[in-house]
Design a binder for this molecule. Sequence first.
Ligand code: DSN
Length: 421
Amino acid sequence: MQYQNIKKIDPQIYKIIKAEEKRQKEGLELIPSENYTSLAVLETMGSILTNKYSEGYPRKRYYGGQENIDDMEELAQKRALDLFVPKRSQKNWYVNIQPYSGSPANIAVLFGLLKFGDRVMGMKLDQGGHLTHGHPVNFSGRAYKFFQYGVRKDNQTVDYDAIEAIAKKVKPKLIISGATAYPRIIDFKKFQAIAKKVGAIHLADISHIAGLVAGDVHPSPFPFTDVVTTTTHKTLRGPRGAIIMCQKKYASQIDKAVFPGLQGGPHDHINAAKAVCFSEAQKANFAKYAAQIVKNSRAFARELTKLGFDLVSGGSDNHLILIDLTNSGIPGKEAQQILDDVGMTLNKNTVPFDKRSPFDPSGIRLGTPALTTRGMKEKEFVLIAQLMKRALKGRNDQNELKKVTRLVKNLAVKFPVPGIK
Ligand code: DSN
């Protein structure tokens, strides 16, 4: 991207963009929720579509001049359904493409389908769930009565028996499946069966794995669910934003919850970029990309285990790895900082049954989507695992850290980032 106008008009912001370009180009991005969008997505986000206001929905707007925006929004809706919902079921599904991001999308579903105080089930934050899955500090946990579930102590995988037992006891109105820090396959069919047994609505939040679902390397929640939310910027590799897909019987409640319930004017430039991303994700090379994310994650997990790291659940089936550093003597926050300093970006994270606080938890969370976009394969991830080990082991040795920093940069610059020269 050229930034000639920003350079002239606002040199301070220009300088920040250039510094961030350098950081992205020379560093290894391992945060599992981050990715690099295509130039087509970047261009659409920077387009003049940002100038428009279009409260309402296609052909039913509150402002004039909507002929192009209506076409765009209908195209985005069609592409989302084509991407995720099997053809034979599409007539029963609806999609709202307006949510600003994942958290507002989840809140819109709760707000649209429930009454305040209703009983809901979701995964605990420290076991892999999201803040909007009922954490007490989040709106979800404040406005609804959440009963949270987690993973089994023995193998750290989702405890479906316990979920069923809780569901039978508390009779929730809605059950959320899905996670933000869970390295294994989620069995949406099992969640659906439990939800049906107790008469609950099943909301699958596939934000983290949407690209894997689209690429057919993670089982799809369709058509086993009632509602599906996803962000569009993680493994799906589109713009920052989200969508809600729901069975048609919930369409009007969901629409009303998004607008006018929670949001104002939709971000048309972002929604158009979602449409671009849905089209990109239907191409054969996207399925190859998704498959490579998983291959890379498995190779990465194998090498990390070989090097002595303790992986939550013992490995990875998706794009994400969670390392429990309890036995290494380096807490998550310190590990994040050491690795950040040598150019490897990941995030500190709680691990199941963590005794430490989320501000300084026992683990780190990492993943392969971003570097897979840059073209890295299993070989590079083996090397990255070794560099991680060297940095953590040599954390008090400035010479060793300098060497690792150089090796990280040498590896990173060989794999270009879209939009950065
Ligand atoms: N911030 C996202 C993640 O990193 O998983 C979830 O909202």
